[in-house]
Write a protein that binds this ligand. Structure first.
Ligand code: NAD
Length: 380
């Protein structure tokens, strides 16, 4: 099969869906790989490295004109126009983006959104949400440490003692766990909150403290279990108690990293303006949820703090708020390496040497990721 790898054109996107490592594997399986010239440059992969791995360097039209196009982000309407009807597309296509999927369907392209893969053991090696959230959690701490005007570790020096930074992590999924681990390595003192009580043990195993909020009613207990490992919206009674506990920690914090998301919904507001006002001057908030999920009921564009501005770093009430929306793209080489392996593993389900390209709908991962086929949107 002819595989095309175009240069990503979305603003700030530095990643690439195929690396020389995965190119070699595709070529060994008998496929041809057409890489657009410069596609890997922002991730430190040269055209020469792709050629050495067996790829052919081509122009944009030839990359999009392949039978199977591998992307990081959804192609633009204009780029979809370069694809052949009946071709296949794999990428992070945003399964909740109705209009975007309709465009792909109208182009006659069979598409798979890797974010829709179930969070099961078998799907782990192709779990792009995890591979990229892990990087986001790491980079968020790096950005906070860079912005923060003090040390993270406690230091005892001849010139006096420096206290360790107090870090609060809100939302302990994949990104939150990596943020805890990274801040811990830098010597910070960490507290973390999540709606799911199952997270407590993981937080403690990383040497952080879990912010306990009791589950008092049957409704609260039921919601806390979540669904498929994901959080569900919690009753207002629990959220109010959580806010009291979190507010105390945030007021004493030097750095807050917030990652709380609920699939398909606006990110929950966990850090109010009043809480920001109560923070110490020079504190830093990294809002990983900025710009994620659909807009909220009042048009707010994601974020766990309403003062965050998606894509920007701003200072408000003496606190720096970092609203970077594509943290993995700031670690382009490793983010691409992990993403490319996720793509390679997913393709093993639909692309075999013997049978060529097939869409086996009895496979739960393929069925979950399939977004468009025969001109139709399969699900939103
Ligand atoms: P996510 O990005 O959807 O959300 C981040 C975190 O925010 C979650 O832990 C969620 O519980 C939390 N959150 C939501 N509302 C909150 C609130 N009001 N206050 C505090 N926290 C709130 O999560 P994710 O990183 O995608 O992980 C989701 C789940 O999937 C986790 O249970 C994770 O362990 C699981 N997972 C399973 C596999 C696997 O088995 N293959 C792989 C990766 C992740």
């Amino acid at each position: 099969m002819l595989i095309g790898v175009p240069l990503e054109t979305a603003a700030g996107e530095t990643r690439v869906a195929v690396t020389p490592e995965t190119t070699k594997k595709f070529v060994a399986q008998g496929h041809a790989v057409n890489v657009q010239s410069g596609a890997g440059l922002a991730a430190s992969v040269t055209d020469v490295a792709y050629e050495a791995a067996g790829a052919t360097i081509v122009d944009r039209n030839a990359a999009f004109g392949a039978e199977l196009v591998l992307k990081v982000q959804r192609p633009s309407q204009e780029e979809l126009g370069l694809m052949k009807p009946g071709a296949a597309l794999v990428g992070m296509l945003n399964p909740f983006d109705k209009a975007g999927l309709a465009q792909i369907a109208a182009a006659g392209v069979t598409s798979f959104a890797l974010e829709a893969a179930p969070r099961t053991t078998r799907a782990q090696s192709m779990d792009v949400l995890s591979s990229q959230a892990n990087i986001a959690g790491y980079k968020a701490v790096m950005m906070a440490a860079n912005q923060y005007q003090r040390f993270f570790p406690m230091l005892m020096t001849a010139a006096g003692t420096v206290k360790a930074a107090r870090v609060v992590i809100l939302g302990v999924g994949v990104a939150g766990l990596q943020a805890i681990a990274t801040a811990k390595r830098l010597g910070a003192v960490i507290e973390a909150s999540d709606v799911r009580p199952s997270v407590k043990e993981q937080v403690e195993s990383l040497g952080a403290k879990f912010i306990d909020v009791a589950y008092e009613t049957a409704e609260e207990k039921e919601a806390a279990v979540g669904v498929g490992g994901y959080a569900r919206p919690m009753p207002p009674s629990w959220l109010a108690r959580q806010q009291v506990e979190v507010a105390k920690r945030v007021a004493a914090a030097d750095v807050v990293i917030s990652t709380a998301l609920i699939p398909g919904r606006a990110a929950p507001v966990l850090i109010t303006e009043e809480m920001v006002k109560a923070m110490k001057p020079g504190s830093v908030i990294v809002d990983i949820a900025a710009g994620k999920g659909p807009n909220g009921p009042n048009g707010e564009a994601g974020g766990n703090c309403p003062l965050t501005e998606a894509g920007k770093t701003v200072m408000k009430h003496g606190v720096t708020l970092i609203g970077e929306t594509n943290l993995p793209a700031l670690v382009a080489a490793d983010a691409s390496a992990l993403y490319a392996r996720n793509v390679l593993d997913f393709l093993k389900l639909v692309l075999t040497k013997e049978a060529g390209f097939q869409v086996p709908l009895d496979d739960d991962i393929v069925a979950a990721c399939l977004m468009t086929q025969n001109g139709e949107v399969k699900k939103v």
